[in-house]
Design a protein around this ligand. Structure first.
Ligand SMILES: *Cc1c(COP(=O)(O)O)cnc(C)c1O
Length: 372
């Protein structure tokens, strides 16, 4: 058997006919930006998330940046304000903060959930703290009860980086509808992926939505009248049409991922492998990635590669150790570093067959580290 970590050709195969038809329609419509497909996408995502405003954007990073930028234009945030953010995340979360001249304040994750440790947030809150960016990392919803009450108590905006968690729920509400605004990514490898870059903002705040929509379109809500020094970050009609096809399958995709994760958790029994913690409520995890931990990470990755099983590390270098964030290099974040040294992701996606999963489980269970 040969099981790549992710094969986008296989992921998109079930949609090829519908996608080709949808693209053809766009080609022949003669209308390529801000048209019917984008409108339909926004209304589709709005009904899925049950959120009153959706703004299609060029990608997920822009969606995040636009949220903070809009708060600044509204005078509700100002450069120098501090934003709480997990230390263990993809660099996009941090870029959205620092691009807006806001100050990221990194908080350690909980080693069992990989998500921000709610108990460690309070000590980082100062008079300058104005917002918290929660990241539902790997698809798992953050501990929202604790974080929401902290946000309320300290009057912080709560922004969700929902790039990895579309399809997850928390107490009956969709992730992406749990704070003041959320960013989605439809990068090809995400649970719902476009065939290129695409993103979206969701918010129930009409004023914020209006400003975001304008900034994303050159700062203009009326042609040739520019209210803000905006950017160009729009979701194009072709990608919107593709996403409209794929969004129909969101429930199926999420359910299949949850089943696979459950099976991994019950069947992987190698004592050298630490499994990700299952949330009590299965719906709280969309399983964008299935991330295990082991002291023998490099050995296990090589061993699985020899068995033709693809694995990856999300992410190999913590942000505070990246050259781009030299100013954070002195921070002491031992749990983040420990995670980055021991984590690896094994294949989990809706096209993974039962046989393939059995093969992966057997291989992992048969692994024993050498030289111990
Ligand atoms: C993918 C991702 C983003 C950025 O999305 P793009 O569409 O690639 O710009 C932001 N945050 C997290 C956690 C992500 O995984």
């Amino acid at each position: 058997m040969n099981i790549p970590f992710l094969n986008l050709k296989e992921i998109n195969k079930p949609y090829v006919d519908k996608i080709e038809t949808a693209i053809k329609e766009v080609v022949h419509s003669g209308w390529y930006l801000q048209g019917q497909q984008n409108e339909l996408f926004e209304s589709n995502l709005s009904s899925i998330i049950e959120c009153s405003n959706v703004i299609g954007t060029g990608n997920g990073l822009d969606a995040l940046r636009l949220i903070f930028r809009a708060y600044i234009e509204l005078g509700q945030l100002k450069p120098g304000d501090e934003v709480i953010v997990p230390a263990n995340t993809y660099i996009a979360s941090l870029l959205a903060i620092s691009d807006n001249n806001l100050v990221p304040v990194l908080v350690e994750p909980d080693i069992n959930t990989y998500n921000i440790d709610a108990d460690k947030i309070s000590s980082k809150i100062t008079t300058r703290t104005k917002a918290i960016l929660v990241v539902h990392l790997y698809g798992r919803v953050c501990p929202m009860d604790e974080i929401s009450s902290l946000a309320k108590k300290h009057q912080l905006f709560m922004v969700e980086d929902n790039a990895q968690a579309i399809g997850a729920e928390f107490r009956g509400a969709s992730s992406g509808n749990l704070g003041d605004a959320a960013a989605f990514s439809f990068y090809p490898g995400k649970n719902i992926g476009a065939l290129g870059d695409a993103g979206a903002v969701t918010t129930n705040n009409d004023e914020l939505a209006r400003v975001i929509r304008a900034i994303a379109n050159y700062g203009s809500s009326q042609k040739y009248k520019n209210q803000y020094k905006g950017v160009n970050s729009r979701l194009d009609e072709v990608q919107a049409a593709i996403l409209n096809v794929k969004l129909d399958d969101l429930n199926m995709i999420t359910k299949r991922r949850q089943e696979l994760a459950k099976k991994y958790c019950s069947r992987i029994i190698n004592p050298e492998v630490i499994l990700p913690q299952m949330p009590k409520d299965l719906k709280q995890h969309a399983w964008h990635l299935f991330v295990i931990r082991t002291m023998y990470r490099d050995q296990l990755m090589k061993y699985l590669a020899a068995h033709n099983i693809g694995t990856m590390i999300h992410y190999p270098i913590p942000i505070h150790k990246q050259v781009a964030y030299k100013e954070l290099s002195e921070l002491s974040l031992p749990i983040t570093e420990q995670l980055h040294d021991t984590i690896m992701s094994i294949p989990l996606h809706q096209c993974l067959s039962g046989n393939e999963q059995d093969y992966i489980i057997e291989a992992i269970n048969a692994f024993s580290p050498k030289g111990v």
